[in-house]
Structure formats: structure tokens, C-alpha cells
Design a binder for this molecule. Structure first.
Ligand code: SF4
Length: 472
């Protein structure tokens, strides 16, 4: 069972953070004169949530947000390892910080996240990036104060082995008060043959339900209108614990919190998609009618090679149950194209499954070999041009399905959470609701963070739009 990090360990780190803050204050470095911190985040929602915690710890140490790396005294890079492209991008960004350190040797640079937990990448950072002061893997993030303290004293540190526990009670700085990530568990036990996550984030560790519900209450009291429960394999929540509460029960308990908010959850594994979870989506008004259920492939042969522990029949039976209980559900998925050994007939099975499942949206990726995973050694690896051509066909079908699915909203009134002014059109707002795509409508900044009703007047594959409704 997952253990909370010894409260002493977290307490000691927060004590170190307070010491750094006092030291800065004693030197007159507080308020407007306080040193800045800058965090660059790559990858998934879990990393975004982790960066909110890094920001909270940085502020506990007395740092204040800086608009960019130039001028910041503490630069943190929260990396992703899910694809090689993400790693190369992070390394290239870290490379650009050399000139920041050259200009001001007092700047502290730290690298965390999944890439930092890969031994060969940590070694590269140690040898080829001498201006990086420390490297820490995801479950060691709570050690940030002592890493910063040691860097201030001129000591470089490389934390490769995580404590693999759960650090409760760390401060967080949330990007938006009205929308919050809420991590309910960490790690993954599944060892899908292509995936690096179990190697870099460790085994599944569920937070205790009372800790999660308490945090959800604080979020709602603080104005959160949207809470997304996060876990690499969120629907296996609680299986490692002795507290008799799975994801379905946890969601029901959170829904009982007073207040006008909506609840989402991600990411789910099809083998753990239970009838109870489907019942919660169907029955609880606060749960958004959206299920993100990665299928990865429609071929049983490839699913077995991926070590996914389900076949297409099992996946489609979950979809069937879901649609029977929640007819209007939005269903989204992840698909990998060009997995080792994928033949044309396997790929056609994937297209066929997409049509049967009628996905609202898919996130599709060309397979990227990850060092240390079984699939990286499987043969044959698929040539890039073959994968690219398959990807084009997959995207064409995905687009056609999205267009058809989005059109069902036209003529209806949707309740959405206004999520800011459009970047391309200042007179338009975007909002999030049950559809996979954001909903666009005319409005101003004052609506941000509020629920509004929108009469939907049009849609395409990538958009849904309408007018603010008069209806209550
Ligand atoms: S379920 Fe599979 S793909 Fe998802 S994080 Fe775990 S190992 Fe990776």
C-alpha cells in the first residue's frame, strides 16, 4: 500500500524553504525586490499539476513569478519523456538557458519531470549541461528547497531514485482559480510495452480519499468551477490501498460537496473501466458527460503486443455499455500509429474500430521508441513514411467523425464554463463543456470562470459556436 511520505520529510523541506525565505528577507530581497522564478512545463496534465506544486514551493522559498527565463533567479524545467520529440525539445530549451547562466552565474537551474528520471538522460544532463544545478525525478519534487539551498552553496545534485511515496501538504500555486487539476494517484502498474511511465513515475500510489475530498472542498471554497481528477491510470484508483474506495466512490463523495462545479477525470484504462464508473458518469449531475478512454489500436494482435490486457471486443463492449447508459456521451481516445509489427490489416482494424466507436475526437501519435521499454526492441520497426501515410488516413477519418459528432450539438443549448477570450478574436470567448472541442461565443473577459448557457448555431470538425442564451 502507498505510504504518505513521512510527514517529517515534507515538514523538513518546508522548514528549509522557510529558512531560504528568511535569508532572502534578511538581505532585503522580498516584495518587489524578491528574486523571480520561471517554470517551463512540457507534456501532460500531470506535469501541469506538478508544476503548480513546484510554483507553490518556489513561492514558499520567497521567489516570485517572473515573466520569462531572463531575469529569473530560479529556472525549473519540468520535462516529458513520452516521445523522443518531447525530450529533444526539452534538451534544446535547456540549452538556451546557458546564456542566462553565463550572464548571471547566480541563476539556479533545475530539471525535473519524467525525462529527468531516465538514467541515460540524467547522465547527459550531468555531463553535457554543466550549468544545470540539479536534476530531480517527479516523486522527489518535494525536495526542491534542499536542492535550491545546496545549489546556492555551489553543490550540484542529481536525485535519480524517487521516494515513491505521496507527499501531502505541499503548497500549490494554481494557474486558474476556477479550474483545477487534482492528482488522486501517482505512477502506473501496467507496463504497456511502449510506455516509459512506469519506469519514471514508479508503481501506483493512491492518495487517501479523505485527503482528496478535503482538497476538493478547499478548491470549491476557493472558487473552483471545474475539477479534473488526475492519475496515469485513474480508474485503478484505490486498488493499492486499504481504504475501500475506488474511483467511482471517490467521485460520488466529491460530488456531494456543496457548490456549483463540474467534475472530470483522466486518464482511464479500458481494462479498469467498470460498470460502477459508467453509472457515476450517468447518474451524477456534476460529472461531465465525457469519457477519455485510450484504445491505442483496433487490432487484437497489436493490443497483445502492446500488453494492454484487453481486446477490441472488450473495448467495444465498454463503449456499448457507456452509450446505453449515457447516450449523449462524448467519447475521446488515444491511438498509436506504426507500432512495431503493425501491418496494413492491423491498421485497417484500427480504422474499423474508430467507425464503430464513433469517437468525438482522437489524439493520435506516431509510435516513438523509448529506451528501456520492450517495444523499442520489437521487430520490425515501421518505416517513418509508412507510419506517416497511415497517420494521414487516420486523421482524415478522425476529422470526418469529429465533424459528424459535433453537428449533434447544433440547435441545442449547452452549459459551458467560460475559459477566457479567444487568442485570435478578442470579441469571442471560448468555453468548455461536454463537447470535446471548445465552444466559441461572443463575450468579454468578465465572463471568464463563470458558467454560461450557449445556443449552438454551428459546428465543424474542430469547432462549435453559438450565441449567449437567454434561457436559464
Ligand atoms: S496505462 Fe500504459 S500507457 Fe498508460 S501510463 Fe500506464 S503503462 Fe503508460
Amino acid at each position: 500500500m502507498a505510504e504518505k511520505m513521512k510527514s517529517g520529510a515534507v515538514g523538513e523541506e518546508l522548514e528549509v524553504a522557510r529558512g531560504i525565505a528568511e535569508d532572502l528577507r534578511a538581505r532585503g530581497l522580498f516584495g518587489d525586490a524578491a528574486p523571480g522564478y520561471y517554470i517551463r512545463t512540457f507534456g501532460c496534465q500531470q506535469n501541469e499539476a506538478d508544476s503548480e506544486q513546484l510554483a507553490g514551493i518556489a513561492e514558499a522559498m520567497g521567489f516570485v513569478p517572473a515573466p520569462g527565463p531572463e531575469g529569473a533567479k530560479l529556472i525549473l524545467v519540468n520535462t516529458c519523456a513520452i516521445r523522443e520529440h518531447a525530450e529533444k525539445k526539452a534538451l534544446s530549451v535547456i540549452g538556451t538557458y546557458k546564456h542566462v547562466k553565463d550572464a548571471d552565474p547566480g541563476v539556479i537551474i533545475g530539471v525535473g519531470g519524467c525525462m529527468a528520471a531516465e538514467a541515460h538522460r540524467a547522465e547527459t544532463l550531468k555531463r553535457s549541461y554543466p550549468y544545470v544545478d540539479f536534476v530531480f525525478e517527479p516523486s522527489s519534487a518535494f525536495s526542491l528547497p534542499s536542492l535550491v539551498r545546496d545549489a546556492m552553496g555551489g553543490t550540484r545534485r542529481f536525485l535519480s531514485a524517487g521516494a515513491n511515496g505521496i507527499a501531502e501538504g505541499l503548497p500549490k500555486v494554481r494557474e486558474k482559480a476556477y479550474s483545477a487539476w487534482l492528482s488522486v494517484m501517482y505512477g502506473c502498474n501496467n507496463f504497456c510495452s511502449y510506455c516509459i511511465v512506469p519506469y519514471v513515475r514508479g508503481r501506483e500510489r493512491s492518495r487517501r480519499p479523505e485527503d482528496v475530498v478535503e482538497e476538493a472542498k478547499r478548491l470549491v471554497d476557493g472558487g473552483a468551477k471545474n475539477i479534473t481528477l488526475l492519475g496515469q491510470n485513474v480508474n485503478s484508483y484505490g486498488k493499492d490501498g486499504d481504504f475501500g474506495c475506488g474511483i467511482a466512490e471517490l467521485m460520488r463523495r466529491i460530488c456531494r460537496i456543496d457548490g456549483d462545479f463540474e467534475l472530470r477525470f483522466m486518464t482511464s484504462h479500458p481494462k479498469d473501466a467498470s460498470d460502477e464508473l459508467i453509472d457515476v458518469i450517468a447518474e451524477e449531475k456534476k460529472v461531465v458527460k465525457h469519457f477519455h478512454l485510450p484504445v491505442q489500436s483496433g487490432s487484437d494482435r497489436i493490443l497483445a503486443m502492446m500488453n494492454r490486457h484487453y481486446d477490441r471486443e472488450r473495448y467495444l463492449s465498454v463503449v456499448e455499455k457507456l452509450r446505453a447508459r449515457v447516450p449523449d456521451v462524448t467519447l475521446t481516445s488515444d491511438i498509436i500509429v506504426g507500432f512495431p509489427g503493425e501491418e496494413e490489416k492491423d491498421f485497417l482494424d484500427t480504422l474499423d474500430l474508430m467507425r464503430l466507436a464513433r469517437f468525438d475526437m482522437i489524439f493520435s501519435f506516431i509510435y516513438s521508441p523509448r529506451v528501456g521499454t520492450p517495444a523499442a526492441k520489437m521487430e520490425p520497426q515501421i518505416p517513418r513514411d509508412v507510419s506517416a501515410e497511415r497517420m494521414e488516413r487516420l486523421l482524415a477519418l478522425g476529422t470526418a467523425l469529429s465533424e459528424e459528432r459535433n453537428s449533434r450539438f447544433v440547435g441545442r443549448t449547452l452549459r459551458v464554463l467560460a475559459d477566457g477570450v479567444s487568442r485570435t478574436d478578442p470579441g469571442m470567448m471560448t468555453g468548455r463543456g461536454a463537447p470535446a472541442r471548445p465552444v466559441h461565443f461572443p463575450g468579454g473577459e468578465e465572463l471568464t470562470g463563470k458558467f454560461v448557457n450557449v445556443d449552438i448555431t454551428g459546428s465543424g470538425a474542430f469547432w462549435i459556436a453559438g450565441e449567449l442564451s437567454e434561457k436559464e
